[in-house]
Design a binder for this molecule. Structure first.
Ligand code: C2O
Ligand code: CU
Ligand code: CU
Length: 481
């Protein structure tokens, strides 16, 4: 990254009407908040997630209008052991339907949080299943059709970490050196969140002027002069981020949506689309007493922005947080591991290709010419099949594509490769004009969705239903109710 160009684009962003920069004048930066952790385990009490209205405080005093799990801002971080039992109750204290989806996990279809499984205001539902997925940084969020964007934007989104207890053996930082950071841009005016998407916002997706980190604006994290692990989740409705150090120094990509890579890969920034996660290691040994800025660096990305939207365009620079390297060392400072256990490869061999044309009709984004209909099954996949899914972006916006019920490896991309293409994924950015192939296998029967993770696009219908199995609609449908 060219540092001069980066700094001057930060300066340019500061002059936009909605400045994308710096904390509130005359105030000290807020401290980095870490979400409370709830561990889900067999034989324990079920964890309860209670969705309800609440308030938030961005430094200008408390404001109503948030939607919170357990009155927490940010939402609790859930931890569960690989092979362990997921045991959780959702209480819907909102005044509208909701349902929670476990993004990246592959539970039985009726536990997946399909939009049709939405429960009414005041209702509850229990989730119970065995977690078979790889240890990784997953997340959870609501999925009621037409209301996902609204509910996620106002605070309903948290981390879901699957663990196997071997990270110390792997030489990975743990405990206070393992920081889950939920990055999400918001439109903020006078300390209040704004969310009133107009037609052009639906076309582009709702872009903000500020990127919050765990619910705070430009927080400071007091950390040790050691190797740290950052779990970065882009929980934005529409904004593509590009986490980096402000001074362009390298760090190491160690994991993607679906878990660890074979070995750390040096990077200077990691493009991260809505819904995607990466795990990175940063090396702060030798930085005692220093302050380092972590930012979203400028990114060259084509995305039409109608003049009606007075927000920084996709690819703009944003501050994220500062590392204040002033905590005393609690133990050996750690090192960048040479490698991890071999990562499983994608299913080999040729596989039938299923093509998804990502098109556009006015402000609507379509998949193969259609818009979502809850009662329509768009395609069937045989149980046990391996397929190649080909996404072709023919529109004027980037689309982060995500499917439930499986995970994939990227096997081809017509544009320049992205760092996260190296690992297992469940969400993949398809840029304007690009064709991306992913290889995936289907081991869970039932009804699932494929959709764009730009949440305004999704709510407007950029989503399809598919059934894995023998084609009997009833399987996934009934189970979801
Ligand atoms: Cu993040 Cu269909 O979900
Ligand atoms: Cu998902
Ligand atoms: Cu999209």
């Amino acid at each position: 990254m060219d540092r001069r160009r980066f700094l001057s684009s930060l300066a340019a962003a500061a002059m936009l009407p909605f400045a994308a920069v710096t904390p509130v004048q005359g105030q000290t930066r807020p401290r980095l908040r870490l979400a409370p952790v709830r561990t889900i385990h067999r034989g324990g009490q079920p964890v309860v997630l209670s969705a309800a209205p609440g308030s938030y405080d961005l430094g200008a005093g408390p404001r109503p209008g948030a939607l919170l799990f357990n009155q927490q801002w940010p939402s609790p971080t859930l931890r569960v052991a690989q092979g362990g039992e997921f045991d959780l109750r959702l209480d819907n204290g909102l005044d509208e339907p909701t349902i929670v989806h476990w993004h990246g996990l592959t539970p039985p279809a009726d536990m997946d949080g399909h939009p049709m499984a939405s429960i009414p205001a005041g209702a509850s539902r229990d989730y119970g299943f065995v977690v078979h997925d790889r240890p990784a940084t997953y997340w959870y969020h609501p999925h009621p059709h037409h209301r996902t964007a609204f509910q996620v934007y106002h605070g309903l989104a948290g981390f879901l970490l699957v663990e196997d207890g071997l990270d110390e053996t792997r030489g990975l930082p743990t405990g206070s050196r393992d920081l889950p950071l939920l990055l999400a841009d918001k439109r903020i005016s006078a300390g209040s969140l704004q969310y009133a998407p107009a037609m052009p916002d639906m076309m582009v997706g709702f872009l903000g002027n500020t990127v919050l980190v765990n619910g705070a604006q430009s927080p400071v994290a007091t950390v040790e002069p050691a190797v740290l692990r950052l779990r970065l989740l882009n929980g934005s409705n529409a904004r593509i981020l590009n986490p980096a150090f402000a001074d362009g120094r390298p760090f190491w990509l160690v994991g993607t949506d679906g878990g660890l890579l074979d070995a750390p890969v040096p990077v200077t920034s990691v493009p991260l689309a809505p819904g995607e996660r990466v795990e990175v290691l940063i090396d702060l040994r030798g930085e005692a007493g220093n302050t380092l800025a972590f930012v979203s660096a400028p990114l060259a990305i084509t995305a039409t922005l109608p003049p009606a939207i007075a927000m920084p365009p996709q690819g703009s620079a944003f501050p994220l947080l500062q590392f204040d390297v002033s905590a005393p060392l609690s133990g050996p400072p750690g090192a960048i591991p040479a490698g991890f256990e071999p990562m499983p490869g994608p299913a080999p061999g040729p596989a039938p290709v299923r093509t998804f044309l990502l098109g556009q009709q006015g402000a609507m984004h379509l998949i193969n010419g259609t818009s979502y209909e809850g009662g329509r099954i768009d395609f069937l996949v045989p149980l046990g099949a391996t397929e190649t899914w080909r996404f072709i972006n023919q529109g004027n916006q980037p689309h982060p594509m995500h499917m439930h019920g499986s995970r994939f490896r990227v096997t081809a991309r017509s544009g320049t490769p992205l760092a996260s293409d190296a690992g297992w994924k469940d969400t993949v950015l398809v840029r304007v004009g690009e064709t991306v192939d992913v290889r995936l296998s289907f081991e869970v029967p039932g009804l699932f969705v494929l959709h764009c993770h730009n949440l305004e696009h999704e709510d407007e219908g950029m989503m399809q239903n598919f059934v894995v199995g023998d084609g009997l609609f009833a399987d996934g449908f009934e189970a979801g109710g």
